[in-house]
Design a protein around this ligand. Structure first.
Ligand code: NDP
Length: 493
């Protein structure tokens, strides 16, 4: 066991004061300790990012991109160690960490590096008969990146890559529950030659590291992924200083299955959407809105898929479903299912700690519920675990109404054999992403985010690149300006 320090100005720095345990949730063992966070460390990290910004912003974009590729190379070389660390921190199956989390983090670094080069090569020029306007996208400054525990390196890299590529410097705060791969990334970045201060990592608790970081006056923009309640606090903190903020928050995502859908394919989609990463992806489905005539078949098919999952030791290469990421979170998921039971839900499978899992682990079985109305606590509150609730519908209009019947609007899936209907329903659903006959197919180029309580702004693609900039328009007349002094010039095009 070691104590991970913050990463500030290109070096590991021990935090002041008390430390926190970093627990392997599949065994209950303490694997590391981290600083609990203090405002002095926040001040040092932001000062380092501020100093580094003055030179990093002047580094040509192609060179910044080369730095990101070098960091990606270093992560790729160490991919096995990264996957093992992610597995130990989160309890997710090693197969998932190796095939999704780490490769995607590498891909995030590479894609945004190349996209920034392309973006910056484009000249934005607007001509009128009287003037030429050019738009210069300047890096916003030192920015804060706050990320959650479910996809630690994946989401951290998703935030820092566009920021660094566009010339911002970053102070990142990973979740205190899953700190390890952020520290490893910091070491890789130094080994890859990223200049000191360009990427800084602050460990610690949300209120001791995250809150003072977000409110620091030298932080010019904040990108946050986490729960809606925390997102609201972050937004409030940014509002006072008119700081840019992008919020990716919770979801209560529906999967709508029509009777005309390919039954096996729809069930595969629904099971993946409900149980991937133990249901701990903001994009997971928690409400399965099913045409009444196929409800029993869907329940049977989903239960069969849940029962077929190989549950257990996340380090075993054949495991498909590991531990939840903390004991406290497992208890929250269990309490939500208990409440659903008390409210009259039928539990078709799961609803308990699975047998044959390590006693010290935070395991919870994939769970299928039915029998609750759309307005029930279970169907309104994000559980963020492997729990899905079946809600029947009769008509297309009712399906759309039910899909929209929560405070969230992150994503949705529609399964139907009728393409026109699927498109129609997709248009009726208020969510940032709607998948048709698939789930979690992610194209780097498209905007990603949520509506309502699920988010503010979008990340992904060019939207993310723009977020980390301040557009500055320089407008030069092509002749001399006409008109009397003080007159408002016409806006000719
Ligand atoms: P939290 O909201 O608890 O925490 C998210 C991050 O914010 C953590 O790093 C946390 O630190 C930090 N934090 C906490 N308080 C503050 C504060 N006052 N100021 C600044 N930062 C703070 O979310 P979880 O980590 O529990 O993650 C699960 C949630 O994330 C779910 O609701 C899920 O839906 C959402 N999520 C959304 C995604 C999306 O793209 N929309 C993707 C993935 C998850 P600490 O952990 O130390 O408290």
């Amino acid at each position: 066991m070691q104590t991970l320090g913050h990463w500030i100005d290109g070096a590991e720095v021990a935090g002041e004061g008390d430390t926190l345990k970093n627990i392997n949730p599949a065994t209950g063992e303490c694997i590391n300790r981290i600083p609990a966070g203090d405002t002095e460390a926040v001040g040092h990290a932001v000062a380092a990012a501020q100093t580094a910004f003055e030179s990093w912003r002047l580094v040509p974009v192609a060179e910044r991109a080369a730095h990101l590729h070098a960091v990606a190379d270093a992560v790729e070389r160490d991919a096995e160690a990264f996957a093992a660390a992610e597995c130990a921190d989160t309890g997710k199956p090693i197969a998932l960490a190796s095939s999704v989390d780490i490769p995607r983090a590498v891909a995030n670094l590479r894609w945004f590096a190349d996209a920034a080069v392309e973006f910056c090569a484009r000249e934005e020029v607007w001509d009128t008969t009287a003037a030429r306007s050019t738009v210069d996208y300047r890096p916003a400054g030192p920015v804060a990146a706050i990320s959650p525990w479910n996809l630690p390196l994946y989401l951290l890299s998703w935030k820092i890559a566009p920021a660094l590529a566009m010339g911002c410097t970053v102070v990142a705060k990973p979740s205190e529950i899953t700190p390890t791969t952020a520290s490893m990334l910091a070491h890789c970045s130094a080994a890859a030659g990223l200049p000191p201060g360009v990427l800084n990592i602050l460990h610690g608790l949300g209120d001791r590291s995250g809150a003072p970081l977000v409110s620091h006056r030298d932080i010019k923009a904040v990108t946050f992924t986490g729960g809606t309640a925390t997102g609201r606090r972050v937004a409030e903190s940014c509002a006072g200083a008119f700081k840019k903020v992008a919020l990716e928050m919770g979801g209560k995502n529906p999967c709508v299955i029509f009777a005309d859908a390919d039954p096996e394919a729809a069930l595969d989609v629904a099971a993946a959407a409900a149980f991937s990463n133990q249901g701990q992806i903001c994009l997971c489905t928690e409400r399965l809105i099913v045409e009444t005539s196929i409800k029993d078949d869907v329940i049977a098919g989903l239960v069969a898929r849940a029962n077929a999952l190989r549950i257990g030791d996340p380090t075993a290469s054949t495991t498909q479903f590991g531990s939840l990421t903390s004991h406290a979170h497992r208890d929250k998921v269990a309490a939500a299912v208990d409440q659903a039971r008390n409210d009259g839900a039928t539990v078709h499978c799961g609803g308990e700690v699975p047998t044959n899992t390590a006693p010290g682990g935070a395991f919870y079985a994939p769970t299928v519920l039915s029998g609750l109305g759309s307005g029930s606590v279970c169907n309104q509150t994000e559980i963020f675990g492997p729990v899905t609730s079946i809600i029947p519908f009769e008509t297309e209009a009712q399906a759309i109404h039910l899909a929209n019947d929560t405070d969230y609007g992150l994503c949705a899936t529609v399964c139907s054999g009728d393409r026109a209907r699927a498109q129609r329903v997709a248009k009726g659903i208020d969510a940032g992403t709607v998948w048709i006959n698939c789930w979690l197919v992610r194209d780097f180029r498209v905007p990603f985010g949520g509506m309502k309580d699920s988010g503010l702004g979008r990340e992904g693609g060019e939207t993310a690149l723009r977020f980390f900039t301040e557009p500055v328009t320089v407008c030069a007349t092509t002749g001399s300006q006409q008109g009397a002094a003080g007159a408002v010039p016409s806006e000719s095009t």
